[in-house]
Design a protein around this ligand. Structure first.
Ligand code: IPM
Ligand code: MN
Length: 359
C-alpha cells in the first residue's frame, strides 16, 4: 500500500484545531482510497519560541526535507513581535525548501455568500500562481541615516531570470493542465512604473509563451487593474501569474470574493521537492480553543496536498464533500456563525466523502 510521510506543523492559535479536522478528513479519505499516511508532529511556533527561543532549528529543517509533504496550520502569536515567526519560520521554510510557487485557487463554492452582487460559483473560479521565493520578500535593503531627518529606507525587489522563468513555466503548464475554456494566463504586474522588475517578467512571459505554449492565450493586467477586475468581472480570469508581493496582496482580496478566510487554502510548492500546504487565514488568536473556527480552509489545503501527491481521486472526493457541506449544511463560513462547531464541520466533511451520504 502506498504510504506518505507527512510532517504536521499545527503552529499557533487556531492552527491545531483546524489541522485536527484536516487530518480527520485525510485519515478517512485514505481508507477509502487505499493509501496510508505516516504523520509526524512538530511543535514549531510561538509557544516553542517563548519557551526555548527556537524558531526553526537547522536540525528540524533538515528533518523536514525527508518528508513527502508538510501540512501547516498557522503561524503568528500575540506575545511574539510580528516578523519573528513569519520570517523565521514561514518564509524560511518557503525559501530553504525552494517552494518557489505559492498556488492559491479561488473558487466560490455553492451556498457560500459572496460579497459581490450577482456573482455565482460559475463566475468565480480562477487560480493565482504567486512567485514565492523572490521579489520584495528577499529582505534586501538598507537604512541610510537611520533615525535622523535625512533617513532613507531602501527595500529591494530581486527578480532573477531563472526565478521568474521557472514560475512562468509552472503557470503555463498549470494553465494547460487545467484546460478550462478560457485557457488564458494573465500576467499581473506594473510595467508602467516598475520598469525593471516587470520588464523582465513581461519579456520572459511573452518569449516563453510564444515559443513553448502557443496554445495558451496570454493576457496582461496591471496590479491595480487586476484588483478592479477581480471585483467587477472575476469571470474574466482563468490563471493569474504574478510576483511575490502583488501575489500576497491580490490573494487576500481573492479570498474575500470566494467567501473569506474560512475557505481559502494555499500550497507552497517545490515541484521537484517538499511542498507545504496551509489555510491562508492565520492563527486567529481570539477564536483559539473555542471550537468555532472554520476548518474548511485547512481541509481544502489537505485536498491540494493530495492532488500534489498524485491522489487525484481522493482529492476530488474531498472537494465534492466540501461543496456539499457549504451548499447544504453551513449557515455561514464565518467563525462562530457556521451553525456547527469546528469539529462538527470536520465530521460533516468525513460523512460527505461517501456520495450516498450526500443525497
Ligand atoms: C501569506 C502571509 C505571509 C506572506 C506572511 C505571514 C509572511 O501573509 O502567506 O500570504 O506575506 O506571504
Ligand atoms: Mn498574505
Amino acid at each position: 500500500m502506498k504510504s506518505y510521510k507527512i510532517a504536521v506543523l499545527p503552529g499557533d492559535g487556531t492552527g491545531p484545531e483546524v489541522i485536527n479536522e484536516g487530518l480527520k478528513v485525510l485519515e478517512a479519505v485514505s481508507k477509502r482510497h487505499g493509501f496510508k499516511t505516516e504523520l509526524q508532529h512538530y511543535d514549531l511556533g510561538g509557544e516553542r519560541y517563548k519557551k526555548t527561543g527556537e524558531v526553526l532549528p537547522d536540525s528540524v529543517l533538515n528533518e523536514l526535507r525527508k518528508f513527502n509533504t508538510i501540512y501547516l496550520g498557522a503561524i503568528g502569536h500575540p506575545d511574539v513581535k510580528p516578523g519573528i515567526l513569519e520570517k523565521g519560520l514561514l518564509l524560511k521554510l518557503r525559501f530553504s525548501l525552494e517552494q518557489y510557487i505559492n498556488l492559491r485557487p479561488v473558487k466560490l463554492f455553492p451556498g457560500v455568500d459572496c460579497p459581490l452582487k450577482d456573482k455565482k460559483p460559475e463566475d468565480i473560479d480562477f487560480v493565482v500562481v504567486r512567485e514565492n521565493n523572490e521579489g520584495l520578500y528577499v529582505g534586501e535593503g538598507e537604512f541610510i541615516n537611520k533615525g535622523t531627518p535625512d533617513e532613507v529606507a531602501v527595500q529591494i525587489s530581486r527578480n532573477t531570470r531563472r526565478g521568474v522563468e521557472r514560475c512562468l513555466r509552472y503557470a503555463f503548464e498549470f494553465t494547460r493542465k487545467r484546460n478550462s475554456k478560457k485557457k488564458t494566463l494573465t500576467l499581473c504586474g506594473k510595467t508602467n512604473v516598475l520598469t525593471y522588475a516587470f520588464d523582465l517578467w513581461e519579456r520572459a512571459f511573452h518569449e516563453i509563451g510564444a515559443k513553448d505554449y502557443p496554445d495558451i492565450k496570454r493576457d496582461y493586467a496591471h496590479v491595480d487593474a487586476t484588483c478592479m477586475w477581480m471585483v467587477k468581472n472575476p469571470e474574466w480570469f482563468d490563471v493569474i501569474v504574478t510576483d511575490n508581493m502583488f501575489g500576497d496582496i491580490i490573494t487576500d482580496l481573492a479570498a474575500m470574493i470566494q467567501g473569506g478566510m474560512g475557505i481559502a487554502a494555499g500550497g507552497n510548492i517545490n515541484p521537484q521537492g517538499v511542498s507545504m500546504f496551509e489555510p491562508i487565514g492565520g492563527s486567529a488568536p481570539k477564536y483559539t480553543g473555542k471550537n468555532v473556527i472554520n476548518p474548511l480552509a485547512a481541509i481544502c489545503a489537505g485536498q491540494m496536498m493530495l492532488e500534489t501527491l498524485g491522489e487525484d481521486k481522493a482529492a476530488a472526493e474531498i472537494e465534492e464533500s466540501v461543496k456539499w457541506v457549504t451548499a447544504k449544511k453551513l449557515k455561514s463560513l464565518a467563525a462562530g456563525k457556521m451553525g456547527y462547531g469546528t469539529r462538527e464541520v470536520g465530521d460533516l466533511v468525513v460523512k460527505g466523502l461517501d456520495p450516498k451520504a450526500r443525497n
